[in-house]
Design a protein around this ligand. Structure first.
Ligand code: PRP
Length: 212
């Protein structure tokens, strides 16, 4: 039995679809209810719905053998897990953005609002830029609008949130997508099962990519 932590929400649903096509179906997961654990003994799989930012914790601490986490979370928290594959879904990018037309004063400490302090620090430290991190948990785009920060470092997917709030991209920090991760001990003891899953998912992703 492989325990898989899926990120709750749209991304998780797409990833489940992929896993189903790869030979790991669990029809009960599609039932409308508030259950969080779903099992298909025959297919040898058990799924958990987990808050996306918590997937890596479940996998790192062996509550799940494998999971699907965004590259943003892996870069920010650097969990002790194996990154096995880029699933090519959940594509977006980590960007620096600020108010449209606003100029940066180079010799002043830059106030940066973000959910990702580690990623922001490492980006600005490579530029030798002094910054003051303002850690927020959501609606990051509000910070420059209300004068709380000069810029934000945040995820941009469609760009709609920036556009509708009169913000613009200043730079791309790193491209992001969903990754298949594995617990290090599980990888050793369930090696055959996990590598089989990885191989199947990988080949399905390549086929989908080739079909585009
Ligand atoms: C994320 C991100 C941006 C938005 C970008 O927020 O932090 O706010 O999505 O998407 P877009 O480019 O398609 O507009 P999320 O929806 O996770 O909510 P949050 O603001 O509570 O973090």
């Amino acid at each position: 039995m492989i325990d898989i932590a899926l990120p709750k929400g749209r991304l998780g649903e797409r990833v489940y679809q992929l896993l189903e096509e790869a030979g790991y179906p669990c029809p009960s997961i599609r039932e409308e209810n508030r259950k969080l654990v779903f099992e298909n003994e025959e297919a040898g799989v058990r799924y958990f719905w987990v808050k996306p930012s918590d997937v890596a914790i479940y996998v790192e601490r062996a509550a799940a053998d494998v999971g699907i986490a965004g590259k943003d979370i892996l870069l920010e928290y650097q969990p002790e897990v194996y990154e096995l594959a880029d699933l090519g879904v959940g594509q977006c990018r980590m960007c620096v953005a600020g108010k449209k037309g606003a100029r940066e004063v180079r010799d002043q400490t830059l106030r940066v609002a973000t959910k990702f302090p580690k990623i922001a620090k490492s980006y600005y430290s490579a530029l030798s830029r002094d910054i003051d991190i303002i850690k927020l948990h959501g609606s990051i785009e509000l910070a420059p609008l209300l004068g709380l920060s000069d810029v934000i470092v945040d995820i941009v997917e469609t760009g709609k949130t920036l556009l509708e709030n009169d913000l613009e991209i200043r730079d791309t920090v790193v491209p992001i997508s969903a990754r298949l991760i594995a617990n290090k001990v599980s990888y050793k003891f369930k090696h055959k099962e996990i590598t089989r899953l990885c191989r199947r998912v990988d080949s399905l992703c390549s086929k989908k990519e080739a079909a585009l």
